[in-house]
Design a protein around this ligand. Structure first.
Ligand code: PLP
Length: 414
């Protein structure tokens, strides 16, 4: 394939491997299982280790199959460099491990993926202070900033209540203050939204969700968008300042967050995720359309007390979501009216599967307070706006009428 003109999202991903060397004419990047890599001679080995020549050192720090996936994610996010990890949580953990020191301060959002919330609680016990604010309004973020705030960390659309962060204005604030702005783009995916456009310096994606898309492999990624000036980040060790400042962050994360922490993505998982990524745009078109249709149907049903979906005009951040995202995502949640037992309702569904995952091809459904948000207790749930009857739906790619029919019949029977 000759040099790149600008192709669309799917064309770019489908043909991405061919822009590099094709091995044995293979149209899929082969699954390389070797942990060690050989060189011409000992001098070349030394020069690869010293970063003077490109090449792979040891499987924990990089692998050709994983690297091909990193390149795809990087293209989707329009980044300068991307690293993959064993899971989305490992990617977020690498931020803590690689970039924060005791005495630092982080501002995050009250409406946060449950395990990320738990991770920030752990971090707080290790000498890094974390404040959780309502990030749907930049003023709350600004009020929480301190002189030693190093990172502002938000999500695009929160799971499960679908609050949308004030993404653009938080980006402007972070830029003005020289603070690293990290956006977890898992719920939107780079097909719906590119956080670089609002000034994010690092972007998190859980590849387990919509990008892999089939619930068949775990993975995570961190993308450096090139928007952040690492020269302003006080925690870069001298060792990692050898190249231009644009490289500092990713170099330190690769060493501290990936090499030392060791949560590396395996080549087989990278292969599964790369296959899934080829159809990301097609699946997102269908799931977003299904989610919107389901949200509208639920909102019109008098057995339903509330529906949370950014694609509905009743959603408080509908305007932000419509201006920033190509569509409103595949996640919605809702509450049943008092007197309807949510387990009774869930058990009447024939297609939607009770399961804890997101971004699968199948519609998955879960009673939030009784499962994923159980451990944190009723008080913190209430502070996050999680009603005890809240049901989360990760909408799949089923035929729309089948999906709506499943919910319609289950509601009618309650
Ligand atoms: C699932 C998820 C993660 C964690 O990803 P895993 O691959 O499951 O570790 C992080 N952030 C968000 C928003 C998620 O939905």
């Amino acid at each position: 394939m000759t040099e790149k003109k600008s192709y669309g999202f799917t064309t770019t991903i489908l043909h991405n491997d061919r822009r590099k060397n094709i091995e044995h004419g293979s149209l899929h990047k082969p699954v390389h299982t070797s942990v060690a890599f050989g060189y011409k001679d000992a001098r070349q080995l030394a020069s690869v280790f010293q970063g003077k020549e490109p090449g792979f050192r040891y499987g924990r720090q990089g692998n050709p199959t994983v690297s091909a996936l990193e390149d795809k994610i990087n293209n989707m996010e329009q980044g300068v460099a991307t690293l993959c990890f064993a899971t989305g949580m490992a990617a977020i953990g690498a931020v803590f491990q690689g970039l924060l020191r005791a005495g630092d301060h982080v501002v995050s959002t009250s409406f946060l993926f449950g395990n990320t919330n738990s991770l920030w609680q752990t971090v707080a016990g290790q000498g890094v202070a974390v404040d959780f604010v309502d990030a749907t309004d930049v003023n709350n973020v600004e009020a929480a900033l301190q002189p030693h705030t190093r990172i502002v960390f938000v999500e695009t659309i929160a799971n499960p209540r679908t609050q949308v962060a004030d993404l653009k204005r938080i980006g402007e604030l972070c830029k003005a203050r020289g603070i690293l702005y990290i956006v977890d783009n898992t719920m939107t995916t780079p097909y719906l939204f590119v956080p670089k456009a609002v000034g994010a310096g690092l972007v998190v994606n859980s590849l387990t969700k919509s990008i892999g898309g089939h619930g068949a492999a775990l993975g995570g990624a961190l993308t450096d968008t090139g928007e952040y000036d690492w020269g302003r980040f006080p925690n870069i060790y001298e060792n990692y300042k050898k190249a231009a400042p644009a490289q500092w962050g990713i170099t330190q994360i690769r060493a501290k967050g990936l090499r030392d922490f060791g949560a590396s993505l395996g080549p087989e998982a990278a292969h599964h995720i790369a296959l899934g990524a080829e159809t990301l745009a097609l699946r997102m078109e269908r799931t977003c359309a299904n989610a919107k249709a389901l949200a509208e149907m639920l909102e019109a049903d008098d057995r339903v007390a509330a529906v949370y979906y950014p694609g509905l005009e009743s959603h408080p951040q509908h305007a932000i979501a419509s201006s920033l995202f190509r569509a409103a995502g595949s996640l919605l949640s809702f509450e049943l009216k008092d007197g309807i037992d949510c387990f009774d309702f869930l058990n009447r569904l024939k297609l939607a599967v009770p399961a804890s995952n997101l971004g699968d091809t199948r519609t998955l459904i879960i009673p939030v307070a009784h499962t994923i948000f159980y451990e944190m207790g009723a008080e913190r749930r209430a502070s996050m706006g999680i009603a005890e009857s809240l049901i989360r739906v990760s909408v799949g790619i089923e035929d729309t009428e089948d999906l709506l029919g499943d919910f319609r019949e289950a509601l009618a029977a309650c």
